[in-house]
Design a protein around this ligand. Structure first.
Ligand code: ZN
Length: 116
């Protein structure tokens, strides 16, 4: 068993052991970087895309109702405005989350520099 060659966010050597021939643990393996990134972003974006799906479904129903004359155009217009507002909120939420991720990474980098 060898020690992982990766470095922790605070600049210390990773303490995990690895099975040769790999030189890095799961957290530090360069070939796993993309996989890790996807795993990390899964939580937030999964929920947002399901909300987007629901909005799209609702929009489709409303559109059909307006076209078929089941829904007054005035109500349809207001519903459309509300859906637009919900979409803006989702966009805002997503941007805020991206910013939070960036700030967190920046903080970790700064900590690493102070420790090292
Ligand atoms: Zn490691």
């Amino acid at each position: 068993m060898n020690r992982c060659r990766g470095t922790k966010p605070n600049g210390e050597r990773c303490t995990l052991t690895v099975e040769p021939p790999s030189a890095y643990c799961w957290h530090h393996a360069p070939e796993r970087a993309e996989q890790r990134r996807r795993a990390a972003s899964k939580g937030g974006s999964g929920r947002v895309s399901s909300e987007v799906r629901q909005l799209r479904e609702r929009l489709k129903v409303l559109t059909d109702q307006v076209i078929d004359g089941e829904l007054e155009t005035a109500r349809g217009a207001v519903a459309n405005q509300l859906i637009t507002t919900q979409i803006k909120l989702l966009e805002y939420e997503r941007r805020t989350k991206d910013l939070d991720d960036l700030l967190e990474r920046l903080e970790r980098l700064e900590h690493g520099r102070i420790a090292g």
